[in-house]
Design a protein around this ligand. Structure first.
Ligand SMILES: CC(C)(COP(=O)(O)OP(=O)(O)OC[C@H]1O[C@@H](n2cnc3c(N)ncnc32)[C@H](O)[C@@H]1OP(=O)(O)O)[C@@H](O)C(=O)NCCC(=O)NCCS
Length: 224
């Protein structure tokens, strides 16, 4: 049995940028975003929490924010030299208490074994699976123009949820435009989200797996 590490928690400050980014670099969930801009946004909103060891060294970090119906948790990271010693679990438990939330969600790349294992060990259950593909970066309206899709009104949207700016939400919260030709349905998200159909070559999220796409698993935990 590996020894557990005792840590305390505090809010991340602007001075923590380098220490925090060095922990988060390499997480597959953050490889497609501007990590510096993300750090700045996380400083401004939600709960940006660090775990600090007895030498006052930052050994873990996690950001959480309240969405419409759930607390969204993102950017968990623990220093590579002290992984598997309970820091990630303690950090998640602390932040969940701090938010006072009842429903929590998190998204992990299928290939991120520790991140999936941590979610499952905390009692999270899979609620959705979406597929990210890299490619040409175009907005949803531009993609719609290229694919010959029109803006559609009162169109039904399949699936439990969608992703916008790397955040998953239940589909009933979608308020933006939908572009469709009947078969293909694309949401005006960043990157565009294909509720139905797909189009190779573009950076996008889709409901269906494509060649070279990366699966992201969405987990949820409900507390009484
Ligand atoms: C994911 C991460 C934060 C886990 O932090 P950690 O401090 O090592 O996790 P813990 O020690 O608290 O582990 C808690 C439980 O999660 C599971 N777990 C964590 N890492 C695991 C691994 N590598 N393999 C299998 N299970 C694992 C285990 O069930 C573990 O409990 P146990 O050790 O009693 O068996 C860490 O691996 C990390 O920083 N990864 C890189 C950054 C990243 O990918 N972040 C995710 C998305 S932004």
């Amino acid at each position: 049995m590996l020894s557990r590490v005792k840590v305390s928690f505090a809010r991340v400050t602007a001075d923590d940028r380098e220490a925090v980014l060095s922990i988060l670099r390499g997480a597959p969930e953050l490889s497609h975003v501007d990590i510096n801009a993300t750090f700045d946004r996380w400083l401004r909103e939600g709960y940006f929490i660090k775990a600090v060891d007895s030498d006052n060294r930052i050994v873990g970090v996690l950001h959480a924010r309240q969405l419409e119906d759930a607390v969204w948790m993102e950017g968990i990271g623990v220093s590579s030299d002290i992984r598997r010693k309970g820091v990630g679990r303690q950090l998640a438990a602390y932040v969940m208490e701090l938010t006072g939330g009842k429903v929590f969600r998190v998204m992990a790349s299928e290939r991120n074994v520790p991140s999936n294992a941590l979610a499952l060990s905390l009692g999270f259950k899979e609620v959705d699976r979406v597929y990210f593909s890299d490619g040409a970066r175009v907005t949803a309206p531009e993609l719609a123009r290229r694919l010959g899709l029109d803006e559609a009104k009162d169109v039904s949207l399949e699936g439990p949820g969608y992703v916008d700016s790397w955040t998953w939400r239940p589909i009933e919260y979608y308020r933006g435009r939908v572009f469709s030709n009947g078969q293909v349905k694309v949401l005006d998200t960043d990157p565009p989200f294909f509720v139905a159909g797909d189009a190779d070559g573009y950076m996008r999220f889709s409901r269906q797996r494509a060649a070279y796409s990366e699966a992201f698993i969405v987990y949820e935990l409900r507390r009484a």
